[in-house]
Design a binder for this molecule. Structure first.
Ligand code: MNH
Length: 463
């Protein structure tokens, strides 16, 4: 694409490019600041490469056309691909294992599958509430993002693979999580030039990275071995689909190395993003007392004034405002903050020529604040997602779960899990934040609130 006519950040430094204002620990937030004033499409130069960044809904509508554009795995994903290969998230759409895995796993994400996960999600949510009851009894506070990570890792582990990480039994996060966080950080930072000192400081050693990957592989091999040994029979969950069922059309299977990579992929993709979304939602709810009391009204209407509730699968669909709060949190801070799209053949984007192979980055926090679509884009307002409100909106202005063929396969899973947990939390507790806390956002592959703590208090005294 001819990038000479595209706006770029004002303070361009020779050779290195648009590094002014770039914080290697917060690439997404610095990018957002750099390009926000530049309009729906702009270009940044980073050393030898140029990154075309798109945030206008009309342009994203074009990029969402799967006939003209495809997911591009060559920009920020190669380091992750070195860990999980051609598993679902990092595969090119044309690689045979993408379609095969997609077909094999689709039955694990149907409505029937969600109904089977519901009791497991509920069981894990109770464990979070037990932890918070204990904190409430002694008046302690807790880190919200860390506890949401316990919830979501435990949920995907049990619902997807029949594996317990015992996240709630331990004060420290599970070793898998610690290894995963370091592996993701290492992968993220390997996008920086190797001679930058900050990269070496933040990324840790190659040896540590290798042993972290080995730990993740070992954990997953144990999970697979336990299933093969028949502990949970033929559960129709993700692992069951891959080991037993195979492709619903011709019973073709994934090979064992690919299955291991799929499990690691799902353990990563299946929890980091959902936990961040929950933590942002709680943060915004506590910042808006009127919204909080409306949400409280909604959960009390569904579950009554007693803490001993047995939420049914169908209750989750009734919690419309809880859902809107999550949708709106994911608008302001889409926890998977972007994806890249590549032109399949020579084409155009907003009238500009694109050659086959040219690509652009969709920066979701920018799209979700496109001033042509959203008024007062920085304001948290869940009513933007009230039933029917989306009808009058540009349909491609909101993409927290990606787009088209390569959209998130776990969307319904994440929404069911998060609405259920958030509603149970609001139903049971008054949450007391630190009054001086200002939202700070930590970045790894995903975004999450940093240092956000609350003190839970039971709303009702008796159990
Ligand atoms: Mn999820 C792809 C966001 C929860 C498993 N996910 C994507 C993409 C986005 C995304 C965006 C597309 C990325 C791209 O185009 O490069 N995912 C989310 C968010 C949440 C989420 C914001 C929670 C909130 N994701 C989940 C859960 C699971 C999951 C839960 C699993 C149970 N996601 C995936 C997988 C893919 C994906 C697998 C890759 C799908 C594919 O390319 O075929």
């Amino acid at each position: 694409m001819d990038t000479t006519l595209l706006p770029h950040p004002p303070y361009r430094v020779p050779i290195v490019g648009d590094v002014w204002g770039m914080d290697p620990r917060r690439p997404i937030q610095s990018m957002l600041r750099q390009v926000r004033e530049l309009g729906p499409i702009s270009v940044r130069k980073m050393f030898a490469s140029e990154i075309v960044t798109v945030g206008g809904a009309e342009l994203v509508a074009e990029l969402s056309d799967d006939r003209r554009f495809a997911k591009y795995v060559g920009f920020h994903l190669p380091p992750l691909r070195r860990v999980v290969g051609d598993a679902l998230f990092t595969a090119d759409t044309d690689e045979p294992n993408w379609q095969l895995a997609h077909d094999i796993l689709a039955p694990a994400f149907t409505r029937e599958a969600m109904m089977a996960y519901h009791p497991i999600m509920l069981e894990v949510a109770w464990e979070l509430l037990d932890r918070w009851d204990a904190l409430a009894a002694v008046g302690h506070s807790t880190d919200v993002a860390a506890d949401m990570t316990r919830l979501t890792l435990e949920t995907i582990g049990r619902a997807g693979f029949g594996h317990r990480f015992t996240s709630f039994g331990n004060e420290r996060p599970h070793p898998f999580v610690a290894a995963m966080v370091r592996v993701l950080r290492y992968a993220d930072l390997s996008l920086l030039p190797p001679w930058l000192p900050i990269r070496r400081v933040l990324a840790g050693s190659a040896g540590q990275n290798r042993s972290d990957i080995a730990l993740m592989e070992r954990t997953v091999d144990e999970v697979i071995a336990a299933r093969r040994a028949g502990a949970q029979g033929d559960a129709p969950d993700l692992l069951g689909q891959m080991l037993k069922a195979g492709n619903p059309v011709n019973a073709e299977r994934l090979d064992p190395v690919n299955i291991r990579n799929q499990v690691i992929t799902f353990l990563i993709a299946g929890h980091e993003t959902t936990s961040g979304a929950l933590a942002f939602a709680i943060h915004y709810l506590l910042s808006q007392p009127e919204t909080l009391s409306r949400v409280r009204q909604e959960v009390d209407d569904v579950w009554g004034a007693c803490d001993a509730v047995q939420p049914a699968y169908a209750d989750v669909a009734k919690l419309r405002l809880v859902r809107s709060v999550l949708d709106e949190a994911l608008r302001l801070w889409p926890t998977a903050p972007g994806y890249a799209r590549v032109a399949r053949d020579d084409t155009t984007l907003g009238g500009r020529q694109m050659r086959a192979g040219d690509w652009a980055l969709v920066l979701l926090p920018l799209l979700h604040r496109d001033p042509a679509v959203w008024d007062e884009p920085d304001r948290f307002d869940p009513d933007r997602f009230a039933p029917g409100a989306a009808r009058s909106r540009q349909p491609h202005a909101y993409k927290p779960f990606g787009s088209g063929l390569r959209a998130c396969i776990g969307r319904q899973f994440a929404i069911h899990e998060a609405v259920l947990a958030l509603a149970l939390i609001v139903h049971r507790y008054d949450l007391e934040p630190d009054p001086d806390y200002r939202l700070r956002i930590a970045e790894s592959l995903t975004l999450k609130p940093h240092g956000f703590r609350v003190r839970p208090h039971r709303r009702r005294t008796a159990g």
